[in-house]
Design a protein around this ligand. Structure first.
Ligand code: PHE
Length: 457
């Protein structure tokens, strides 16, 4: 979504996504990214496998889908971003606090996400140049360790990735990127299927599949629940108004409920595929599932190395992952930029540079926290982990909590019914289920998980 649309918004005329595919492509573009392919496996790995997966699924369908419907209803109904939407629906209230939380979350996410996207770019070039050709899992571990703990290279790639964002944001060419990713994401999907098949045939693959799919209920703790909740929000781009902003460009006849289910299903499918690729390999090659944020970058190259034409697969994969990350960061950036333009009256150019200066600074800190600043921790977390934890596990669910209270209790249910049934044109069989979740299950579950984690429950 580029400046044309935001420009139009202020003039009262707004562009709309022309096709069903347009609706899906942009929202899935935001949802599918490093969250599925990098964050999901490492969260599963550190939180005990199947038990985490189960909680994650429950949260995606009982909290994620209903809250996505809420975001869609608010976005399309008001044709506004998060600030405007709360303001139009509840003038003079304090609900806009959700907007401020979203801005903080967006800046934190952009900062750590860009570091990982930078790693992707490095690994793309390494694949192309043929230097990802090592002979053991340990060697790949050492290689990644040496790279990520360095100062210059990872920061360079972080900044390069952000620069790509700036170009797109300033030129308003995200339409082009979206079109390109429409074309290329199905290819990502296909090669993920190929990688899944490949992983399933690794010696000892069953061990990894068991780890991923067999829940050990004794492993479900407060931290696992919070992790799964955060992952559900993060992966679905929920809780900070991304989906709300995108839905403000939907047509009046877009089926919001069905779209939410489709997006959640596709997003989960990609995450599961990433799990099916990673865990058999981890167990087969003798890796450590709980390696944390570096997991995927240590395991994937080993997988590619053993495949015929490994360098080709690897280059293609890292390139597509880079693109998938780009469509996600653009959606996050738009939250901050729209805020600076509309609320702080900055020009698009000034807003972009202002935001990027902050993000480059924070991004560099995140990157250095793998190396020189490793010892600097707050509550036991490095800067990178802290940014990740605070945004995904606290701010997004908090934004979701406010959203649930607002759309479940403050708005009259006629508004939600009109939006979710397109003014009665759809039968709305799921309406009762969605609203029960929005009203009761979402706020209660988020609250319980929070209370449990701070030790009150
Ligand atoms: N959902 C994106 C991903 O999985 C990340 C994201 C989070 C995007 C929050 C927008 C808002 O990669």
């Amino acid at each position: 979504m580029g400046n044309q649309e935001y420009g139009n918004m202020t003039k009262g005329k707004r562009a709309e996504f022309g096709t069903k595919l347009g609706v899906l492509a942009t929202t899935v573009g935001s949802a599918v990214g490093l969250g599925n392919i990098w964050r999901f496996p490492y969260e599963v790995g550190t939180h005990g496998g199947g038990a985490f997966l189960l909680c994650y699924f429950v949260f995606v369908f009982l909290i994620g889908v209903p809250l996505m419907c809420s975001e869609f209803a608010m976005g399309r109904g008001t044709r506004s971003n998060i600030f405007g939407a709360y303001r139009k629906l509840a003038p003079g209230g304090h609900w806009q606090i959700a907007g401020y939380l979203a801005i903080i979350a967006a800046v934190l996410i952009l900062s750590f996400y860009s570091v990982v996207a930078g790693w992707t770019v490095e690994y793309f070039f390494q694949s192309v140049s043929g230097s990802l050709n090592l002979d053991s899992q340990q060697a790949y571990h050492n290689k990644f360790d040496e790279f990520s703990t360095g100062s210059f290279r990872p920061i360079f790639w972080t900044i390069a990735f952000l620069a790509a964002n700036v170009v797109i944001l300033l030129r308003g060419v995200s339409n082009g990127i979206e079109k390109m990713s429409n074309l290329l994401m199905p290819i990502l999907f296909l090669i993920l299927i190929a990688f899944c098949v490949n992983s399933l045939f690794l010696p000892g693959a069953a061990e990894g599949i068991k780890f991923l799919f067999m829940p050990d209920f004794s492993k479900i703790t407060g931290t696992v629940l919070l992790g799964a909740l955060g992952q559900a929000f993060f992966s679905l781009s929920l809780g900070m108004g991304c989906m709300m902003t995108y839905s403000s460009y939907f047509k009046d006849d877009t089926n919001l409920v069905r779209s939410s289910f489709t997006i959640a299903a596709l997003d989960s499918l990609v995450a599961i595929m990433a799990g099916i690729i990673i865990f058999p390999a981890v167990f087969s090659f003798g890796g450590e599932p709980a390696a944390g944020p570096t997991l995927v970058f240590e395991v994937l190259p080993t997988i590619f190395h053993r495949m015929p034409f490994g360098a080709v697969w690897s280059s293609l994969f890292f390139f597509l992952l880079f693109l998938a990350s780009l469509t996600s960061t653009i959606s996050v950036s738009e939250i901050v930029i729209a805020f600076l333009i509309e609320e702080k009256k900055m020009s698009r150019r000034k807003a972009t540079w202002f935001m990027m200066s902050v993000v480059i600074l924070f991004g560099a800190l995140c990157s250095l926290s793998f190396g020189p600043f490793k010892g600097f921790t707050i509550a036991g977390l490095t800067v990178f982990n802290l940014f990740d934890f605070v945004s995904s596990n606290i701010l997004l669910p908090l934004g979701g909590f406010i959203l649930a209270i607002f759309t479940g209790w403050k708005l009259n249910s006629g508004y939600m019914r009109d939006q979710l049934t397109n003014n009665g044109r759809l039968r709305g069989r799921e309406f009762g289920f969605i609203m029960t979740c929005v009203k009761f299950i979402c706020p209660a579950a988020i609250l319980l998980v929070f209370l449990n984690c701070i030790g009150i429950l």
